[in-house]
Design a protein around this ligand. Structure first.
Ligand code: SF4
Ligand code: SF4
Ligand code: SF4
Length: 360
């Protein structure tokens, strides 16, 4: 059923917003990272953040073998195809997405729309790529990027095959990468939301409660990846902020997120975050040994985002995929912003007083 999204109170003057502004001001002055990530639907028994839990790959393999879990290329035994209890067990989960096996079929995009009943966002011909979805948005929670580059892919043979000196001519490669909300460790959207609509779940994902969202849009400008957006008119539920839910409803029932479930090549792998990180590092090494020297992991743990739950194996630089090389949570700029505002106010006051004294 379609809802009407109206701002129920003035976002700038309501009590929670004012309290939050004061809190952010104090955080800015103290020069410390806000501890807002603890606003969870349910607080897990707790463990260290997942990026600090990365286990040695052999240990991970041994544990998975013990409990019968397998992963990439392992067919019906893959974690993409098995039921699980990650929500009940408070296990941090994630997506590891690798473009080297993606075939650009867009089944993940379709499955996401179908399961979540996300409306279409227009059949627009963008004119500069075969990829007409364009970008992530309020009605596109998965987006398969089609990237065409003038360079070689691994040991790819380029030019006219079989003709002697044509091998290095016109290098060209296609890369398909299925992009999604990153479910950041430090999520800008969650920190900015004045209504408490955005929360962190037991599995570490970032979830928007659409019945609480008032459509103020603060999360939209605070996401360092440009993921979350407000849905425009005349689409259903227009005005509210939407993004990937990490299929929280499916996960609560032990089901794998729809996009990972349907991916025929297991380019999207769903599973325990520690397993995925270990597996991703191994995959990068494997690719480098096979001639993919520009393979690397995109998982910005060294920035204020402190790592993401949906990380990517990329070939080349992140900018080519529209991924910021050093994403930052906007609240790290609070101290300088407040200081500038204070200095500007003092300067303005002095100027006004000076004018009164001089001309008065
Ligand atoms: S990628 Fe953006 S929308 Fe997703 S959790 Fe991070 S800040 Fe929020
Ligand atoms: S996890 Fe669910 S909501 Fe998120 S992109 Fe995949 S199918 Fe869509
Ligand atoms: S379903 Fe898998 S192979 Fe198909 S586009 Fe999505 S990520 Fe690529």
């Amino acid at each position: 059923m379609s809802r009407s999204w109206k701002v129920r109170r003035s976002p700038a003057t309501s009590f929670p917003v004012v309290c939050r502004a004061v809190l952010l001001f104090l955080i800015g002055l103290s020069n410390r990272r806000p501890n807002l990530v603890c606003r969870r639907i349910y607080t897990p028994n707790s463990h260290l953040p997942a990026h600090r839990m990365a286990e040695d790959f052999r240990a991970v393999t041994a544990r998975r073998a013990k409990c019968g879990e397998t992963m990439i290329g392992e067919g019906t035994q893959s974690t993409n195809q098995r039921r699980h209890n990650y929500v009940q067990e408070n296990v941090e989960v994630g997506f590891f997405t690798g473009p080297t096996v993606c075939i650009g079929c867009k089944a993940c995009e379709v499955a996401c729309k179908e399961w979540n009943e996300v409306p279409d966002d227009g059949f627009t011909w963008i004119g500069n790529s075969y990829d007409n979805t364009g970008r992530l948005g309020a009605s596109t929670w998965r987006h398969v990027l089609f990237l065409e580059q003038d360079c070689q892919k691994g040991n790819q043979i380029t030019g006219l095959m079989g003709l002697s000196d044509a091998q290095s001519e016109d290098p060209f490669r296609w890369i398909f990468l299925s992009d999604v909300c990153k479910h950041c460790e430090e999520a800008g959207c969650l920190e900015a939301c004045p209504t408490g609509s955005i929360v962190r779940t037991e599995v570490g994902s970032v979830f928007v409660q659409n019945d609480v969202c008032n459509g103020c849009g603060y999360c939209v400008v605070s996401c360092p990846f440009g993921v979350i957006d407000r849905r425009p008119q005349p689409l259903p539920d227009a005005g509210g902020a939407f993004k990937c839910t990490f299929c929280y409803d499916r996960q609560k029932s032990g089901l794998v997120p729809a996009c990972a479930k349907v991916c025929p090549t297991e380019s999207i792998v769903f599973g325990r975050l520690d397993d995925l990180r270990a597996r991703a590092s191994q995959r990068v090494e494997q690719l480098k040994q096979s001639g993919y020297e520009d393979a690397q992991l995109y998982d910005p743990q060294e920035t204020s985002v402190r790592g993401i739950h949906a990380f990517f194996l990329i070939l080349g630089e992140p900018e080519a995929y529209g991924l910021p090389p050093k994403p930052q949570v906007p609240t790290i700029y609070l101290k300088s912003a407040w200081t500038s505002a204070l200095l500007t106010s003092i300067a303005a006051l002095i100027a006004v007083l000076g004018a009164f004294l001089f001309f008065g």
